[in-house]
Design a protein around this ligand. Sequence first.
Ligand SMILES: Nc1nc2c(ncn2[C@@H]2O[C@H](COP(=O)(O)OP(=O)(O)OP(=O)(O)O)[C@@H](O)[C@H]2O)c(=O)[nH]1
Length: 767
Amino acid sequence: MGGQGHCGEGRSIAYADVPRIVAHDGVTILRLLPFCATVRWRSSSVGAACMDENATSTAASPGLSDFIHANLDTILEHWEQFARGIRSAHGMNADTLRDHAAGVLTAIADDLEHAQTSFEQAEKSKGRAPREAAVSNAELHGADRVARGFSVNDTVSEFRALRASVLHLWREAEGAASPGAGEQLIRFNEAIDQALTESMERYAVEKEETTRRFDTLLSSSPDLQYILAVDGSLIYANKAFLHLCEPSAQLLPRDNIARRCPTIGPQLARELPHVIETRAPCSGELSCAQLSGPALTYRYVLMPVLNDAGQVESITGTARNISELHASREEIYKNAYYDSLTELPNRRLFLDRLEQDVRHAARTGNALALLFVDLDFFKEVNDRSGHAAGDLLLQESARRIAACVRATDTVARIGGDEFTVILTEVNKLSHVEILAQEVLDALARPFRIDQKDVHVSGSIGVTLYPQDASTPGDLVRNADQAMYVAKQAGRNRFSFFTVEMRESAWVRLQMIDELRHALARQQLDVFYQPIVDLDTGVIVKAEALVRWHHPRHGLVLPEEFIGLAEETGLIDDIGAWVLAQAAACARAWSALAGAPFQISVNKSPAEFTGRAMIQSWDNDLALFERAGKQIAVEITEGLLLNDTPGVQARLGQLAQTGVQFSIDDFGIGYSSMAYLKKFKVDFLKIDQSFVKDIATNLNSSVFAETIVLMAHKLGLKVIAEGIETAEQRDVLKTMGCDYAQGFLFSKPVSSASFERLLAGNGNRAPE
Ligand SMILES: Nc1nc2c(ncn2[C@@H]2O[C@H](COP(=O)(O)OP(=O)(O)OP(=O)(O)O)[C@@H](O)[C@H]2O)c(=O)[nH]1
C-alpha cells in the first residue's frame, strides 16, 4: 500500500501505518484515527476554510486514490451528514458507522492505485468483477447492516451518499479535471458498485440466514407462532400452528385464519378488529376441540405491528398450550369448591350460591326455598356395612336428590350425611312440598350396595326467603332447626320452619351449653330408687338415676336432658360419672347391709355406638370389673338386637367384667326371647305400661304373667317397674314376679336418704 495521508502538523503518514483492527470473522478493517479533518490538495480552491496553513502537498500526480487517502476524514464527515439521517443510523455509534465506510473507501482507493490489467478490465466488462479488497469490507458492511436493522434502501442510500461525497469533494478540489480523471472515475464507480453489490449480496445472505434461524427457532417451538394480515389472512405460521390447521399442511397465500384453522382460527379472528382498532396487544384463553380427547386450552397474545404512519400493518400472534396448567387450576378450584365424594358443590360453594341467589331474589322479588336434608340412621350403615358402603350410599343419595330438582337449582353436600337444596324462583308453596316429598321418596327407596338392600330415609327442614329470613346465615339456621324438628317428629318427613322453632332451638342450644358445664359445676346428682324383694318387702337393690340441679329450672329429670347429652356426646362423661358414684355407693351399702348390694345403672345405646374417646370406654370397663355383681347394667332390647360389629364387641367386653344385665322396658319393643339365648341376661324389667293397668286389664296381666313364666323358665329374674298401688304389687306377687320398684315403695331419693331407708330396711314390708 503506497497511499499517504496528512496530519494536522503537516507530517505525512503512510496508510500502511494506520492502525487496524481485526473483526470477529477475521476480516481486517482499518480503524482510522481522527487525525485529518481537512481536504488536502494542491488546489487552493478546495476546502479553503479548513485548509491547514502548514499543509504541504505530497501528491506529485494527484489521482482520485490519493485524494481519498488524503481527505478520508473530510469525505467521511461530509458523508456523515447524510448517514446520520438514515433512521438515526439505527442506533449505530458514529465510530462504527464511520469505520465501515472508511474501510470500504480505503480499500477502493488502494485498488485504484494499481494499474488495472487488461484481464481485469475484460472481466469487468463481462460483469464478472475480480475480488478486490473492497469486497471483504463490503461484505462486512452488508452483514452488519442486517443485524442492526438497516433496510435494503438504507444500505443502498449509504453507498450512494459515499459515492456522492467523494465525487462532490473531488470535483470541488478540481481533481475531477486532472489528467486521467475520467478513467479513475469509471474505475471508482465500478469499484463502488462492486462494493455495493457485495454488500447487498452479503446483506441478502445474512437476511436469509437470519430468517432461516428464526424459522427454525419458531418451527421447533411448541408454542403457536403466526403472523396475520389485517384482513385475517395468514402471512406466516409455524409448524405447531399448521399442525392444528387443516391437514393440507402447506400454507397458501392469503389463507384466512378462520377458514384455514377451524379449531382456533374463528376465535382469534374475532379479536382482530379490536386489536386493529385499539392498536394495543390483546390476550386471552381459548379452547381448541380435538378429534379425540378433551379440548385443549391455549393462552394467546395478539400484538399489532405498526408501520411508520402508526397504522397496524400486520398482527403477530403467539399461543401456548396451557391445558395442564388449566387442568391443575381446575383441580384446585374443584378441591376448594366441590365435595370429592359426591362431586356436588361443597359448603363453601353452597354458601356462595345461596348469597348470589338471595341477592338475585331480592332484585327480582322472587321467593326462594332452602331445604336442609339429613339422612336418618346413616351411622348404622357405616357401622353395619362399613365406611366404603356408607360412601356409596352418600354418592347414590347425591344423585337421587339432584335428579329431583331443576338444573338451575343447587344441590350441595355440606357435611357428613347433610345435603342442601336451593330452589330459586319459587312461585307456589305446593311446589316445594311436592319436591320435598319427592326427595324423601327417593331416599326411602332401597339402596343396592354390595348385592344387599340398604335402607335409610331422610329428614328435611324447609325455610323460605323472604318470609322466614333475609340473610343466607339465618336461612341456613332456620332450615337446620326445621330439619331437627322433622327428626324429632319421627324422621322420614319434612318440616317447614316456624318462629316457634327458632325460640325452642334457642332454648335447646342454651341447655346444651349449660349441660356442658353441669358436671364441672357439680350440678349433677345421682338419686337412688329402691328395688324390693316382693316376697319379703326388703330393699335388695337400687336403680341409680341421674338428676340435674339446674340453677334456674330447679331439679331437671333425665328425660329432659339425656337426649341432648346423647346428641352432643356428653353422655359418655355423664355415664362414666354416674357409674363411679353408683359403684362407690354399692360398695358402701354392701358393707352397711353386710351382704352384696346391687345398684343398676342405665347405659344408653349411644354409649355403645358413639364414643369419641376409646379411653373413656376403657375407664368404664375397669370400673365395671372392680364392681362385678354389685353393678347391673340396664340396656334396651334394641341394643341387643343391634348386630353391628362395634356394638356386639362392646357388649361382649362388658359381659367379661362380671357385671349383670337387665333388659329395661321389656314388653314395649320386640319382646323377642331369641336374643336371650345368645346373650346372657340376668333380669327382665317389665315396662310400667303393663304394670299400670295390670289389675284391671286382662291383656296386661296375661302379658306380664307370660313374661314371668318364660323368664323363670330361662333362669331369669323379673323386676316390675312403676308400682304405685298395693293392688298392683299383690297381682305381681301372685304371678311370681321377683322384684318390684315404684312409688309404692319409694321415689328416687338422694344417697343420704337412701342410706336412711337402708337403715330401716327389713323392718317392714309395705302393706
Ligand atoms: N361413609 C361415610 N360416613 C361419613 C362421612 N362423613 C361423615 N360420615 C358419618 O356420617 C354419620 C353422620 O352422623 P349422624 O347424622 O349423627 O348419623 P345418623 O345415624 O344419620 O343419625 P340421625 O341423623 O340422627 O338419624 C357419622 O357417623 C359420620 O362418621 C363420609 O364421607 N363417608
